[in-house]
Design a protein around this ligand. Structure first.
Ligand code: SRM
Ligand code: SF4
Length: 598
């Protein structure tokens, strides 16, 4: 679907309402038309079909096996035991499992059309929501996962909630369609300080959102907060990244980065991943306003004719960082901003295993294989395990950006019970499992069978590949090295492969482009090393790099630094090439338009 038509669909929808109520009330058909699917994304759901069945059904001339993926938003990944159990119960309406996402949300796949309203309304009544989990709006805001009880962590969590709150789209359509017009539950967002404004949401005039206007943003918009030196929200991959500046143990303000983003198309230079760049520093009281100035600059200057170039990263490239900054500052009258503070990160990894959280309680970060909370045949019984922890011990959870799960607020006397439940269901936390360090942080996007865009396997392929890489790491004595492996089933980059040490990007069934030379710190882009590698050949290609690293590394040097010191990154478009291609495309588009208009 071309960009212009998505814009038209949003405009005509009047507050993203469209025909969704009527379509979901009609259970005589299993699917909805594509224009309504576009609106549906803003409500937190995608229509999908089972790709494992597609060929057979097509051969039998039968309709595709349609269903819906429903994504819950949880600022900073926070979810209570009760909310977890509501999602657990909703698994029976889905594929029997839930998928933790790498933006700290939860996805339920395979929900049939007749079950969508029940799932969304239950998520809302749990105190979470699906509103704006997808679509051309600000998505789930990411934050530091570790539940450390200090002023800085408290502030970053509060900020993720304030951001979520500020950038919810405002129209009665959501409540009307999914909650039968019920006023938004005052407990919808847990922080009482932000509740009154949430209730105000239902008063916004139809189709004229105070921030998003009538056509919302040109494209999706992502925000993440990280506390240096831990970059678990992978801030350089975000449209907006936020890093607190701490003075005497308190947050004084935040450095704001802009223009990160990873989507690209194979071989198309006008689309490419970019790392975020530091834009400015704002005092704490002004941070959300400063973000709003960035969001509205993108709203007004983002590319609304070419959807492939509509993300903030392209707007920043087109305006130039200085030009972009000038426009943001112009939108902040009376607010003083400063130069960004220097940023320095160690790692995007989770702090696995048991730790003190600073209030006498403990937390435990548990490895979840590819984020899929499922009872595996001959493997960990993840779903049963966490349901038991939620019901028996009433402990809250936190989804990490590496799709692992933290069990939080554990009293010391509950630790043995948690360990016993984990062990009973075969869920050993990774520190004890003999996994390599690399495996605990490795991630693959969902891809087949649900993702309509995937060109290859990802979530179902990476574990088998890591089964072969783990022994290589151990053989070379590299099992404790910080090395980041990420995979995606297509170049859209959901698994954030482009800043990994090793990123595998699906091109075709069992074929991957191999990127090498990012960093476990999340602050470097990898280069294209091999255009097409068979899945089975990946471990061998990785081995060659690991052997060279082992032989050539200096004492204490990590893989990313060794690579940067000794290797030239594989072919990647230079910024100059990118701008030439972009200018050529713009000229072509303008020419086409003139022709069409004429
Ligand atoms: Fe993503 C589209 C899954 C994080 C870049 N992403 C999709 C869709 C919805 C496919 C579609 O459009 O039909 C995928 C659904 C698959 C399925 O069956 O569940 C999908 N993306 C995911 C998740 C579940 C992957 C995961 O392994 O966890 C992540 C959900 C996060 C969440 O809770 O909101 C997810 N997607 C990302 C990330 C990483 C991030 O945000 O930190 C990226 C790269 C960063 C970025 O946005 O630049 C990402 N997803 C994309 C893109 C490319 C966007 C672009 O600028 O070109 C698409 C395609 C699109 O938007 O056209 C996409
Ligand atoms: Fe689907 Fe591609 Fe995203 Fe993977 S990277 S989930 S294959 S859109």
């Amino acid at each position: 679907m071309s960009k212009a038509s998505v814009e038209d669909i949003k405009l005509a929808s009047v507050g993203l309402r469209g025909q969704l109520a009527e379509l979901f009330a009609d259970t005589s058909t299993p699917s909805i038309p594509e224009d309504s699917n576009i609106l549906m994304k803003h409500h937190g759901s995608y229509q999908q079909d089972d790709r494992d069945l597609r060929a057979q059904l097509s051969k039998e001339k039968k309709e595709k096996a349609w269903s819906f993926m429903i994504r819950s938003k949880m600022p900073g990944g926070r979810i209570t035991a009760e909310q977890w159990m509501i999602h657990d119960a909703l698994c029976t309406k889905a594929m029997g499992n839930m998928r933790l996402t790498n933006r700290q949300g939860i996805q339920l796949h395979g929900v049939l059309k007749g079950g969508v309203k029940e799932v969304i309304s239950n998520v809302c009544h749990s105190g979470l929501s699906t509103m704006g989990a997808c679509g051309d709006v600000v998505r789930n805001t990411m934050g530091p996962a570790a539940p450390i009880k200090d002023a800085v962590h408290a502030d970053t969590q509060k900020l993720t909630e304030e951001i979520s709150q500020r950038f919810l789209w405002r129209s009665t359509a959501y409540a009307d369609i999914w909650l039968d017009g019920e006023k938004i539950d005052p407990n919808w967002i847990q922080d009482p300080e932000v509740n009154p404004a949430v209730r105000e949401q239902t008063k916004a005039p139809e189709g004229d959102d105070p921030i998003y206007g009538k056509v919302y943003l040109p494209r999706k918009f992502k925000i993440g907060v990280a506390i240096a030196p831990i970059n678990d929200s992978d801030i350089y991959s975000q449209d907006v990244g936020l890093v607190p500046h701490v003075v005497n143990g308190e947050v004084e303000g935040y450095t704001i980065t802009v223009g990160g983003g990873f989507g690209m198309s194979h071989g198309q230079l006008t689309t490419r991943p970019f790392l975020g760049q530091p834009l400015l520093y704002a005092q704490r009281a002004n941070v959300v306003d400063a973000i709003e100035a960035v969001v509205t600059t993108q709203r007004d200057h983002g590319n609304r004719t070419e959807r492939k170039n509509a993300r903030l990263k392209y707007t920043v490239q087109t305006m130039g960082l200085d030009g972009f900054r000038a426009e943001v500052v112009r939108r902040l009258p009376g607010i003083t901003t400063e130069s960004p503070k220097p940023l320095s990160f160690d790692s995007v990894e989770d702090n696995m295993g048991w730790h003190e959280q600073g209030d006498g309680k403990l937390y435990c970060c548990v490895y979840i294989n590819m984020g899929r909370v499922v009872d595996r045949e001959n493997g960990p019984q993840y779903r049963t395990c966490f349901a038991e922890i939620a019901t028996a011990l009433k402990l809250p959870f936190i989804v990490t950006a590496n799709t692992n799960l933290i069990i939080a607020d554990v009293a010391p006397e509950q630790k043995a019970a948690v360990d016993a439940i984990l062990a009973k269901h075969g869920v050993v936390h990774a520190n004890e499992a003999g996994f390599t360090r690399a495996r605990k942080v490795a991630h693959a996007c969902v891809a087949l069978p649900t993702c309509g865009l995937s060109l290859s396997e990802s979530e179902r392929a990476l574990p088998g590949i890591l089964d072969k890489i783990d022994p290589i790491l151990k053989e070379l004595g590299l099992e404790d090295e910080p090395i980041l492996f990420r995979m995606t089933g297509c170049p859209n980059g959901c698994g954030r492969p482009y800043n990994a040490d090793f990123g595998f990007v699906g091109r075709a069934p069992n074929k991957y482009a191999m990127f090498v030379g990012g960093s476990i710190r999340g602050n470097a882009l990898a280069g294209l090393e091999f255009k097409s590698v068979l899945g089975d050949d990946i471990p061998g290609k990785v081995r060659a790099f690991l052997e060279a690293f082992k032989a050539e590394r200096q004492p204490g040097e990590i893989f990313a630094d060794w690579f940067a010191r000794t290797r030239t990154k594989g072919a990647e478009p230079t910024p100059e090439q990118f701008h030439i291609e972009l200018a050529e495309r713009a000229a072509k588009l303008a020419g086409e338009k003139v022709e069409a208009a004429g």
